[in-house]
Design a protein around this ligand. Structure first.
Ligand code: IPE
Ligand code: IPE
Ligand code: MG
Length: 243
């Protein structure tokens, strides 16, 4: 328990294949995936994980067939409302990160409401990445930095020096520690334009389990695997032992 990852992030993949294996449409898999989300959140909250973040919908996913996109958005809206008791029961703080300007105003309102209602919770912070991509995040940070420089110039001041700390604060994940562990389900071994800057020193864990089958036992297995890793951050093994 002393080597518990503070921030676990999951690329929840394989819903479509899970449904196909059962002769069902893709949305059936997405629906089943929400049960995995609930179980993993409750488990992470109960064992004392500080941050659990979930890649739910990427910028590229907007290019899927309209019926699937609409179905996913409806599922999201339903989950945001229906899961509020789960959040309160487990002292979970709920947040959504991504380019929310592309969402229906009604969904944006439900999200804002759930964020507000859970803002005082002090246990696990659950972050859902929705309409998110790593490149989008880097570009919006660069745009913000540009605006800061313009403002400084307008006031006759020097431009703020660009440090890793300042940059991290310009990202959509400002204030959230970088992930210690990233899990990707369904056998794919790629980052798919997810957290790019933030994963500089993240440990990766890949499993063939499809997301709707991924339950607390699978999450526990990933955490146990993480606990056997030796994170060196560029140092030698000997230096790490001395620390
Ligand atoms: C992950 O499952 C969910 C989303 C990307 C929204 P997929 O829908 O990508 O499932 P596969 O990869 O087609 O099996
Ligand atoms: C990545 O899954 C995005 C999410 C899990 C939300 P995809 O299924 O869209 O990724 P690719 O296209 O196979 O890389
Ligand atoms: Mg996929």
């Amino acid at each position: 328990m002393d080597k518990l990852p503070a921030h676990i992030t999951i690329i929840m993949d394989g819903n479509g294949r899970w449904a196909k294996q059962r002769g069902m449409e893709r949305l059936f898999g997405h629906r089943a995936g929400t049960d995995s989300v609930r179980e993993c959140c409750e488990y992470a909250a109960q064992i004392g994980v500080r941050y659990l973040s979930l890649f739910a919908f990427s910028e590229e996913n907007w290019n899927r067939p309209e019926s699937e996109v609409n179905g996913l958005m409806q599922l999201m809206a339903k989950a945001v409302v229906n899961e509020k008791p789960t959040f309160q029961k487990n002292n979970i703080r709920f947040r959504v990160i991504g380019d929310l300007t592309r969402l229906e105003p009604s969904l944006r309102e439900e999200i804002a409401q759930a964020e507000l209602e859970t803002a005082q919770n002090t246990g696990l912070t659950l972050i859902v990445f929705l309409s998110y991509s790593g490149k989008w995040d880097l570009l919006q940070a660069a745009t913000r930095y540009g605006a800061m420089c313009m403002q400084a110039a307008g006031q006759g001041q020097e431009q703020p020096s660009l440090t890793p700390e300042l940059w991290a604060n310009l990202l959509a994940t400002a204030g959230i520690p970088d992930p210690d562990l990233m899990i990707r389900t369904s056998g794919e071994q790629r980052i798919s334009n997810f957290l790019l800057w933030q994963c500089a020193y993240t440990e990766f864990y890949f499993t063939d389990v499809l997301w709707p089958d991924f339950r607390k036992g699978d999450l526990a297995k990933a955490i146990l695997d993480f606990q056997t890793r030796k994170r060196r951050f560029g140092l030698t093994g000997e230096q790490i032992i001395e620390k």
